[in-house]
Write a protein of this length. Structure first.
Length: 239
């Protein structure tokens, strides 16, 4: 277990060199394999547990106080299943890139955020074409928005064209006015399973990082404690 933890350690922080990129890619691939393996092993057992629990429920009449206990078991196993589903997103499927209108993709994701939608400001409206895997980009944007919504009262998402640094492409920028991230934690937030939330799995940002790299892009963050955070997802043009 220690070697696994040590191996994931390098995932934190911003990735600068190609060598670092390679290390992160290998770690994420390893995480994909490990999770697929674990999910496979656990899934059967979990459905057996739920099956038995449901059998028990049948025998308890409506007023029986033990129903709550058994329902608790079912609920917790379902929660484990949810985490498994998240983990499985790491197992590799080929990236399927096509021309997509990222403005529309963002609009759709924002609409699908439930009650949180009203916290989010997305005023950009011109269509912008990018080459990418729509399902994965949705996932990445949704995770960034969910984190921002969890952290702040207000969230802004925007698109910026980029050509100054010599690499054509665009930034999807997600900004919140939340509590920010302490400096000493900035290198931890991209590590798998790092979470400060009660019901978090710590898989959101590693997944965003994996998706960014799959598109030859990157993800970076700037944050000030008490002021808020800004995540910038770079997607290169025409790849
Ligand atoms: N916008 C943000 N503001 C403040 N802290 C953040 C923000 N985004 C991420 N974090 C910190 O980084 C941690 C890891 O984020 P990540 O998305 O990987 O996992 P999570 O949100 O905790 O769980 P989940 O797997 O459900 O996404 C969070 O628990 C939080 O502490
Ligand atoms: Mg998250």
């Amino acid at each position: 277990m220690n070697t696994v933890v040590a191996a994931f350690h390098t995932l934190g922080g911003e990735i600068r060199s190609l060598k670092e990129q390679l290390i992160v890619k290998e770690r994420l691939a390893a995480l994909g394999e490990v999770s697929a393996g674990i999910a496979h092993e656990f899934r059967n057992s979990m459905s057996v547990i739920v099956g038995y629990a449901r059998l028990l429920l049948k025998d308890l009449d409506e007023t029986d106080q033990r129903r709550e206990v058994v329902q608790g078991i079912v609920g917790e196993v379902e929660e484990m299943n949810r985490v498994m589903e998240e983990l499985l997103k790491f197992s590799d499927r080929p990236i399927d890139k096509m021309d997509i209108d990222i403005t529309k993709t963002i609009r759709d994701v924002v609409k699908g955020m439930g009650d949180a939608t009203q916290k989010i400001d997305f005023s950009f409206s011109r269509p912008v074409t990018v080459r990418g895997d729509e399902v994965l980009l949705r996932q990445a944007i949704k995770n960034l928005l969910q984190n921002a919504v969890d952290a702040g009262e207000r969230v802004w998402i925007n698109i910026e064209k980029e050509s100054l640094t010599g690499r054509d492409g665009l930034f999807v920028i997600v900004k919140d006015n939340g509590r920010g991230i302490p400096k000493e934690d900035l290198n931890k937030i991209f590590m798998p399973f790092y979470t400060t939330k009660k019901r978090g799995t710590g898989i959101g940002l590693p997944l965003v990082q994996k998706i960014a790299m799959g598109h030859n892009g990157n993800i970076s963050v700037k944050s000030r404690e008490g002021r808020g955070s800004t995540f910038r997802l770079f997607l290169p043009a025409g790849e």
